[in-house]
Design a protein around this ligand. Sequence first.
Ligand code: NAD
Length: 476
Amino acid sequence: MEGISTAPATSTLEINEIFERQRGRLYEIGNTSASERIKKLKRFQDALIDNKEKIREAIHNDFLKNPNETDLTELLSVIGEIKHAIRHLKQWMRPHKVSTPLLLLGTKSFLTYESKGVALILAPWNFPINLTLGPLVSAIAAGNCVIVKPSELTKHTSRLIKHIVESLFDADEIAVVEGGKEISQALLQLPFNHIFFTGSPKIGRIVMEAASKHLSSVTLELGGKSPTIVDKSADINIAARRIAWGKFLNNGQTCIAPDYVFVHEDVKEEFVENFRKHTVKLYGNDPSVSEAYCRIINNGHYQRILEAVEESTSQGAEVISTGKPISDEKYVPPTIVMNVKFDSKLMQEEIFGPVLPVIPFDNIEEPIKLIQSREIPLALYIFSKNKRNINEIISRTRAGGTVVNHSLIHFYQNNLPFGGSNESGIGKAHGFFGFRAFSNERAIIKQSLFLSGVDAVMPPYTKWKQKFINLAIRWL
Ligand code: NAD
């Protein structure tokens, strides 16, 4: 879709007005019942299904993503998130009774989840539907008012998101604001109750700093370098296929893509051979004509990836690639890089493209030590049949998520939290964990008027009161 008209930028004044109007409805929206929220989620789901073709078209226009891949990695995830929330929301919203310690004799205690209030969702471009609307599902389930800012790099999809959301909600409940850095920064001036940011660690720091001014709580879903280990015991054919899929899906522009892979020296040749075979099976001999192989989002990222590969070549690395880059298409062919230096850009920065450094090792200690020496990754993948190795790697490393014998698939598991740790993120998303991110966990204690353990130990202190305190310490 050439020449999409750019939305007139929302002014700071308008943003402030939307925010104030949302604040005015905070309690009304926050006090909606599970059934009311489920109704909203169902309408949301219907709108996504009705707009399926438009979503496929918009993302294809943004970076030539295959419509089947859009269904698999965008729609399926958001609809999965909606269905999961619909199924569980009543239970999530129910007050949870907790047990009573002796000192609190005469009380009943409950944990309730109430909406945080007005939330901001700042989204990245790389899964523009999934990572914008997925968190929105959690925010709606938790009863929040929300301002959503999709990425400026996927203009067609961002416009469509605005259109879909506006057809479902009043702006004083859920509003979509389009724009880039300036709009983000204007939004970040406001005292949101929660900020849910997905993007790079660099911008994550800016978001957290801005949030600190108002002590807004944050969920930061960040990126980084997710390592993969293939040991000697692994089924090399299966490992190569599943790593190739995880690496080249979305053209490698996936926060949890296997960034680089450690392969045991004894199976290195076999791995590379199988990886090449499976790349051809997935995308043909010339991926530039494959409909399944999408493109790099913009020239800046295209140049960045090629420069990183060139730097490694100049340092003596061996590059195996399926064809040549095509600059006016922002096409980077599937590429393997062998003998890469650890201090190169490829091994220091998140690759975010279809390039896979392969690092041979002799002893499992080598990848473990290297992973320990780096920032905690968002994901860590292990391909192995050796239980000892699997346990050793898991217990001696940290990661946001780990999959044994596959890549990426944990994103679809809504019963598990999704997110990183420190450099790869703060807080968790998906299913109950997403609902929780947008909720205030409120502690409520109801005290009987007549029976109270605490009343019994108020001054003046006596021998009997001391005995009761001793008991309370013992039977905490
Ligand atoms: P980005 O950090 O550049 O941008 C994300 C959002 O921040 C956009 O909406 C953008 O408009 C806004 N932004 C940009 N500059 C800003 C500034 N100076 N001040 C305030 N806001 C600003 O990220 P991106 O390039 O869109 O996405 C790629 C990154 O996101 C990668 O690092 C990737 O690993 C990460 N990511 C993480 C996850 C996850 O779930 N953990 C998912 C997808 C992507």
